[in-house]
Design a protein around this ligand. Structure first.
Ligand code: SF4
Length: 571
């Protein structure tokens, strides 16, 4: 029987008071910490008699080291960084400035280049970066500024007092598979904070608790997601220049799925290559890792990679839903930033600059709250107002209906996109509705047995070991490592559904959509269908796809023991 990870009951936990705790040390969390530090420095320079301390501001990061869990394409629009640290280009780790971009529509064997690059995909002036290295650098700025980053600590629960968020409980360490304390057991801390800032990335586990407890999403569109599966390649020189950016639409997806590919040239002949598959596809046998392998088989892509070597692998969900899917972002003692809130421009395939800006605006509100010693909902609502009067809203408003326009396939999506471009994002109405992505998934009985036009996207990739890879080979290149002897951090609320209903209705799509082979149906003659679900949680790359795409919504991802997870070094 699987024991799932939850805080041990009945132990005394160290109590730690804090002014502010930021959960998540990605771009949003780090930008928030750095902006807070700047505001405190500015205040203290003119109010030496009433200084603020940075000692009670903490960043919690679940990875062993800063940046290790950070994954993105990644292209950086420098707008928010120029506001946060003017002149940052002189010292930040930027691989190349974008000098050339192209968009192609791929068919099975050929390609058609768009005569002009659509405005949202014009990237001149942006930078190709490794998000991992960029966040490491940003983290070093935060530490130099005197703010403490606790690495290897995950937020496992929010603490409440009535309708107020009062802090975060960190993960217990040293708990075995059976849920008992090991000799190295250390209880998690209760960090009792005036303000809790959630910057956990997409589908954050504490954000999910908060949204559910206060029904925050009731007036928003359901958030919709894609999963980006990425490989880093080292290719022979001359294949693609540093700063060259290629986007693709079409193949290997059919007109029924949403998504696209990217190829970015970095420095030293390193190529970032990946494919985003919208998690609103209909066939439960579709496998996003396989989609990337099929993409690489296209003659255009295969030629670019020929003679090269895959060196890294990773996967991450990204929130596509846009402006109408963003829940309230501030309340009594809390704020939500970056991908956790849904600040991503899906037309531009970019969210890092929005994450950074949201972190800066949250810091400004948090500092006002510290000055007033009031972190009530009324004061923190300043963050919502700041976002709504900032360029975050200007940018997202123009694409507010973008993804919803594709709910009925590629052609309908292109029609709505064109209409939205000439109406400032409105299209046929101000707010297009949406349904959650998993609701698009169809039962096997309603789909062709052989997969029809989508057959090449279904089931596991075999891989030739040169251009294409099976999932375990890819996974090996993610550097994923967890403490093996710990309760599962993937919670299946009712495994009977997996073993009895899902096996027949959907064929257990978790085996397909998980890019890390965590879920397996193994033979078990005691089960009515001869199969039972089995998990390999130590493979997990923390992409959150299972929490999002499961058709019965019975999977919950919670953080494993802090320090575990992928190592996206250089990604
Ligand atoms: Fe992603 Fe879930 Fe698989 Fe982990 S178990 S890699 S979160 S799909």
């Amino acid at each position: 029987m699987l024991i799932f990870r939850k805080p041990i009951q009945g132990v005394e936990r160290p109590q730690m008071p804090a002014d502010i705790v930021i959960v998540g040390g990605g771009p949003a969390g780090m930008a928030c910490a750095l902006r807070l530090s700047q505001l405190i420095d500015q205040h203290n320079a003119v109010h030496a008699d009433s200084p603020f301390s940075k000692e009670s501001i903490y960043v919690l990061e679940k990875a062993r080291e800063i940046g290790q869990h950070c994954l993105s394409g990644a292209l950086l629009d420098p707008r928010s960084m120029r506001e946060l640290l003017p002149g940052f280009e002189k010292e930040a780790p930027l691989d190349a400035q974008v000098t050339k971009e192209a968009v192609y529509f791929l068919t099975g064997k050929s390609k058609v280049k768009f005569p002009i690059t659509p405005p949202p995909l014009r990237d001149h002036g942006n930078y190709v970066i490794s998000l991992n290295r960029f966040v490491q650098w940003l983290g070093s700025k935060v530490e130099e500024a005197g703010i403490t980053i606790f690495t290897g600590f995950a937020g496992s629960e929010l603490l409440f007092d009535g309708d107020r968020v009062t802090g975060v409980r960190t993960d217990d360490k040293g708990v075995n598979k059976e849920g008992h304390q090991k000799s190295n057991f250390e209880p998690g801390y209760d960090i009792n904070a005036k303000i809790v800032i959630l910057a956990e990335g997409p589908r954050g586990s504490l954000t999910k608790q908060l949204v559910s407890k206060f029904d925050l999403a009731k007036d928003s569109n359901p958030q919709t997601y894609g999963v980006g599966v990425k490989e880093l390649w080292e290719v022979p020189s001359g294949r693609i220049g540093p700063g060259e950016v290629i986007y693709t639409m079409g193949w290997p997806l059919t007109t029924k799925e949403y998504g696209g590919g990217w190829i970015y040239g970095g420095k030293d002949n390193i190529v970032s290559l990946g494919f985003v598959t919208g998690l609103d596809y209909r066939d439960p046998r579709l496998d996003p890792q396989r989609v990337l392998q099929e993409f690489k088989k296209h003659p255009f892509v295969a030629k670019l990679l020929e003679g090269g070597k895959m060196i890294r692998y990773g996967a991450k969900a990204l929130p596509y839903g846009g402006w109408w899917a963003i829940p309230p972002i501030a309340g009594n003692g809390w704020m939500i930033l970056g991908d956790s809130a849904g600040f991503l421009n899906s037309a531009r395939l970019k969210g890092i600059h929005l994450a950074i800006k949201s972190g800066m605006l949250a810091a400004e509100t948090a500092f006002e709250a510290l000055k007033k010693d009031d972190s009530s909902a009324a004061t923190l609502a300043g963050f919502q107002k700041n976002v709504e009067s900032s360029w975050i809203k200007d940018e997202l408003w123009k694409v507010r209906n973008m993804h919803q326009g594709f709910e009925h396939g590629f052609y309908a999506g292109m029609f709505h996109t064109a209409l939205q471009m000439v109406t400032g994002g409105r299209g046929l109405r101000n707010r297009y509705p949406a349904i959650a992505g998993y609701q698009h998934m169809r039962k096997l009985a309603d789909l062709p047995v052989d997969g029809g036009n989508e057959a090449h996207l279904l089931g596991p990739a075999k891989g030739d070991g040169r251009l294409t890879f099976d999932k375990l080979t890819d996974l090996y290149h993610s550097g994923t490592r967890h403490e093996e002897d710990q309760p599962s951090h993937l919670i299946i609320h009712d495994t009977n559904i997996c073993n009895t209903r899902c096996v027949k209705e959907f064929g257990n799509p978790c085996q397909n959509f998980c890019p890390a082979n965590v879920y397996e149906m193994v033979d078990d003659p005691t089960q009515p269908n001869g199969k039972r679900i089995s998990l390999n949680p130590s493979n997990c790359v923390h992409c959150k796809t299972c929490d999002i795409a499961d058709p019965y919504q019975i999977i919950t991802w919670v953080p494993p023991e802090g320090g575990g997870g992928p190592n996206y070094d250089g990604m």
